[in-house]
Unconditional design. Structure first.
Length: 202
């Protein structure tokens, strides 16, 4: 069977929709690095444990050994990013809840010290963070708090943050409901995220 060349080179609707953002990223990278193809996000999974089992995450199904990234490896990654003058996003999570790691604040402060022009995005379920913790982490260097709420209503912790935060502080907070998240099957790890319907409370 021959290859339909026209079909192969025609961008999909998704690719066309994403094109303006991709062009904007290339332009920003040219300004920041004089090189258009610099990566725009670094995800460092410092601790793979989580206090929830969300149906769209492999933690829901697969048992795994809990691992903490070695301090030396973390510092080496940040030092290398500092050497190239990295100025884009850094997150300290993948499939785990980063606030379970008691080194989290220390790591944030190290990033802030070494990569002064990068910005740190905390992805969390918010279960382990109240307004006091929010203030402390904000001061340490977190630029954006992406809090994904997995229950029907906001938890007491998340309400505490929302109700006490100033207008300026609220600009740093992105609240997302679990039902609103675009879900994928993680490269086949989850056969059908839509078919799973179980409690994900702690």
């Amino acid at each position: 069977m021959g290859i339909d060349l026209l079909k192969a080179i025609t961008p999909s609707k998704y690719e066309l929709k994403a094109l303006p953002r991709k062009l904007m990223i290339l332009q920003k990278n040219l300004i920041r690095y004089r090189y258009p193809f610099m990566f725009t996000r670094v995800e460092i999974d410092i601790y793979n444990a989580c206090n929830r089992k969300c149906p769209y995450c492999p933690n829901f199904i697969y048992k795994k050994t809990i691992h903490k990234m070695k301090d030396e490896l973390f510092y080496s990654i940040i030092d290398q990013l500092a050497e190239i003058g990295y100025k884009n996003e850094i997150t300290l999570h993948r499939y785990g809840e980063p606030l379970l790691d008691d080194r989290f604040e220390k790591f944030v402060r190290y990033i802030t010290k070494k990569c002064k022009k990068a910005w740190i995005n905390l992805h969390t379920n918010g279960d382990l963070m109240d307004y006091s913790k929010f203030k402390k982490l904000s001061e340490a260097g977190i630029a954006i708090f992406t809090i994904t709420q997995h229950d029907i209503t906001l938890s007491k912790n998340n309400l505490s943050i929302f109700n006490n935060a100033t207008e300026k502080e609220r600009e740093k907070i992105v609240f997302r409901m679990g039902a609103e998240i675009y879900k994928v099957n993680r490269g086949g790890l989850l056969k059908s995220v839509r078919s799973i319907d179980k409690s994900i409370s702690p």
